[in-house]
Design a protein around this ligand. Structure first.
Ligand code: FES
Length: 174
């Protein structure tokens, strides 16, 4: 009788441990198939647009690629023609160029000439204006614009917002 109740107790105890173990292993399995938080965030770069100074190019990083961010001065904004306006991102009344910093010819990184307000690619002499539009070959097109979404005063690279979709649909970027 005593033995039986002990067996009953042991059975329940092991059963309980087994159930806890099964739940724990299910939890572990779920964790292993869920993407890690770092992987979830890896595709996105969030930029606080209040951090940039006018006519100063800052190189950010998105999915391992360099991305130029350039805030225009009021004079630069006033000079924009229609084509340049299409490439420009407007956030909270300020105008920005946000382009992948790789020359569309063979992938060199162009440099910004602050005084002339243009980008020069030293590899084969290609040139871009301050909006990233090509002004001298051999680059076949302007600098590419990464997918972006405007969220208040921040820009999320890697998400496709309305403004980016419009640019893509109208052939302003690939
Ligand atoms: S790689 Fe830029 S001009 Fe050739």
């Amino acid at each position: 009788m005593k033995d039986n109740s002990r067996r009953g107790f042991m059975g329940k105890a092991f059963g309980g441990v087994g159930a806890v173990g099964a739940v724990a292993s299910l939890f572990a399995m779920k964790k292993s198939w869920d993407p890690l938080p770092s992987v979830k965030a890896a595709g996105f770069t969030t930029l606080d647009m209040s951090n940039y100074n006018e006519n100063e190019v800052i190189t950010e990083k998105w999915r391992g690629k360099p991305v130029f961010v350039l805030k225009y001065t009021p004079e630069m904004t006033a000079k924009l023609d229609e084509k340049q306006k299409e490439r420009t991102i407007v956030i909270d009344g300020s105008h920005y160029m946000v382009n992948i910093a790789l020359c569309t010819h063979l992938g060199c990184i162009p440099s910004y000439e602050k005084d002339n307000k243009k980008f020069l690619c030293a590899c084969h002499g290609g040139m871009y204006d301050f909006t990233g539009a090509v002004t001298k070959s051999p680059p076949p097109r302007g600098l590419d614009i990464p997918p972006f979404k405007i969220d208040g005063n921040t820009l999320v690279l890697g998400e496709e917002g309305t403004e980016y979709k419009f640019m893509k649909e109208n052939g302003i970027t690939l």
